[in-house]
Design a protein around this ligand. Structure first.
Ligand SMILES: [Ca+2]
Ligand SMILES: [Ca+2]
Ligand SMILES: [Ca+2]
Length: 210
């Protein structure tokens, strides 16, 4: 597909400010994600959905080797928070870009299992340009071994970057292989109870009117 045509598809499908969750399921081992979440495919042909999120070639998926029996560093995971597939970075430049052309607001968050430090930045423009809206440093979190039953990336935590304004890209700055990601959220998913709180507020306003 022509790059511009696929970009136009993304823009049409993803409305601004919609929250998107990426779970990294449905890929082949070591497949580059590329446009699999933007109406296109990953490097091995997997098409997931059209959430309007595009990955530079630095981001790949590995499936838990306890399930696939295809043993490699990519499948060395356990206790994954969302299915059996996780994402890692393979980048000679220690750099990767995730673009969201329609933009997202409020916060970015992810689950991670880290053996090394990396930095994540959220930007107002595409490709890591514009204003730096927010950032976080992910530090190694106690990885042991085993879990389901194998996997040396087996302890998961959540990192969150809250920000004001509208973001169009997220960049990764860190080593290859040593940080795994899963259940990545672009935008804020309303917490359970938020709707009922709004309802209570409405009822209170009604009572005051009487
Ligand atoms: Ca597992
Ligand atoms: Ca495992
Ligand atoms: Ca997953």
């Amino acid at each position: 597909m022509h790059r511009l045509a696929s970009l136009a598809l993304c823009l049409a499908a993803a409305s601004a400010n919609a929250a998107v969750t990426i779970s990294y399921e449905g890929f082949q081992d070591t497949e580059m994600i590329l446009q699999a979440y933007a109406g296109g495919t990953g490097s091995m042909g997997s098409a997931i959905n059209n959430s309007g999120v595009l990955f530079s070639p630095d981001f790949q998926v590995g499936n838990d080797s306890d399930i696939t029996a295809n043993v490699g560093y990519w499948g060395d995971t356990a206790n994954e928070p969302d299915g059996m597939g996780t994402m890692y970075v393979l980048s000679p430049a220690n750099w990767g870009v995730i673009d969201v052309p329609a933009g997202f607001t409020t916060q970015w968050s992810t689950s991670y299992a880290a053996k090394a430090q990396c930095r994540i930045d959220v930007w107002s423009g595409p490709g890591g340009t514009g204003s730096l809206l927010g950032w976080t440093v992910i530090n190694p979190n106690a990885q042991t071994s085993g879990g389901d039953p194998n996997g040396s990336f087996n302890t998961w935590k959540v990192a969150t970057i809250p920000f004001a304004g509208t973001a169009m890209s997220v960049t990764y700055n860190g080593p290859s292989f040593d940080v795994r990601f899963d259940h990545m959220d672009f935008g804020l998913v309303p917490a359970p109870g938020a709707a009922s709180l709004a309802l209570l507020g409405g009822l209170a306003a009604l009572r005051r009117k009487r």
